[in-house]
Design a binder for this molecule. Structure first.
Ligand code: HMG
Ligand code: MG
Length: 313
């Protein structure tokens, strides 16, 4: 029997892509059920066994805002960490950085919005204040030797403000790079991007002097465009993509956001293009189905639907 996907490359695409797994953070923060700490830890270790090398583990945000991740310190200290695997954590402010450092974080991610409305809904601040807060966090994290990623959300549209000019997320991304973020992830938080729009935003980012080797793309599959958008990103020269196992997630402060792009759907396409990811699709599929079982519902990804339930999770 043939093994699928049967790889066929396309000219001009990279040989290898980094998959940045966000299920344990972006996925579980949006679940109404609070998942047990031990289950979160097992999820992360399974992802690691499936070959993921950057696994966002949790977030040190206010527990009154995101009670689902109130056990952040226990998750991070409970993990068995291995060399060559990164376990970044999301941090909103200096209080979060303090907590993350106390729990042994080696890498953090700060997050700002491209729009005023989402800065208010997600961080209770103006965009300027959010960037200033992020600046303080990036500066202190850098001084402490931590790696820092920056997220810009609502880069392609916002549920309150509507269309977002490409120059706006590009300007915020450039600011985050200038502050010291190693990588900036451009988020399509509500999943409204289409491929030409991805090119336009990446073009604007390059115009601000940010090389695409510093850019990651973070798509949600609300309108079924996430993989088309990944292909547009690959063609433009991006080599890092965020996704969540089983397509878990949405965003608690943007009600129209549905799941993140599923990691197995992303890996299926990348392997089909002959692009190496280091991920074992079979182990990843088992992990996504296992996690969906813990949540008591099926994983919404296409690959899970197509391949069905594996024997022995
Ligand atoms: P605030 O209410 O203005 O904060 O929220 P505050 O400074 O007034 O503090 C309120 C309480 O929270 C205080 O406690 C603080 O100590 C505490 P109290 O005195 O009432 O007992 N507090 C904290 N506790 C623990 N850790 C902390 C922390 N900070 C304050 N770090 C705040 C401001 C930033 C805290 C809040 O808005 C917050 O936590 N927001 C985060 C919400 C969130 O996690 N959203 C999802 C992020 S995902 C995203 O943005 C999109 C992304 O996934 C990409 C994409 O999908 O596109 C990245
Ligand atoms: Mg997301």
């Amino acid at each position: 029997m043939a093994t699928f996907p049967d790889p066929h490359g396309l000219d001009g695409l990279p040989d290898r892509v980094s998959v940045y797994e966000v299920g344990a953070r972006d996925g579980l923060q949006a679940e109404s059920a609070v998942v047990a700490t031990a289950t979160k830890i097992e999820f992360i270790q399974r992802l690691e066994r499936a070959g993921l090398r950057a696994i966002e583990a949790t977030s040190f945000v206010s527990p009154s805002w995101v009670p689902q991740l109130a056990d952040a310190a226990d998750v991070l200290t409970g993990l068995e960490r291995h060399p060559g695997v990164r376990y970044p954590v999301l941090v909103p402010n200096l209080r979060g950085l303090e907590r993350a450092v106390a729990a042994g974080a080696e890498e953090i991610a700060v997050f700002v919005s491209a729009t005023e409305a989402f800065a208010r809904a997600n961080l209770a601040s103006t965009l300027d204040e959010a960037v200033r807060t992020a600046a303080g966090v990036v500066q202190q994290a850098g001084a402490a030797g931590l790696g820092v990623r920056g997220y810009v959300s609502m880069c392609f549209g916002d549920p309150w403000e509507g269309r977002v000019d490409a120059a706006v997320p590009a300007g915020v991304a450039a600011r985050l790079v200038e502050l010291g973020c190693r990588t900036v992830s451009l988020g399509d938080t509500i999943g409204v991007a289409t491929p030409g729009h991805v090119h336009a935003v990446l073009h604007a980012v390059r115009d601000q002097g940010v090389g695409l080797d510093r850019v990651a793309l973070h798509f949600h599959d609300t309108y079924g465009q996430a993989l088309a958008n990944v292909l547009a990103g690959l063609q433009a020269g991006v080599t890092e993509f965020d996704s969540s196992a089983g397509g878990l997630g949405g965003c608690p402060y943007a009600k129209s956001a549905t799941g993140n792009l599923a990691t197995e759907d992303l890996v299926w396409m990348l392997h089909g293009l002959g692009i190496a990811t280091g991920v074992d699709l079979d182990l990843l599929l088992r992990t996504s189905v296992w996690m969906a079982d813990q949540l008591g519902r099926p994983a919404p990804s296409r690959v899970v639907a197509a391949l069905g339930r594996p024997q022995g999770l």
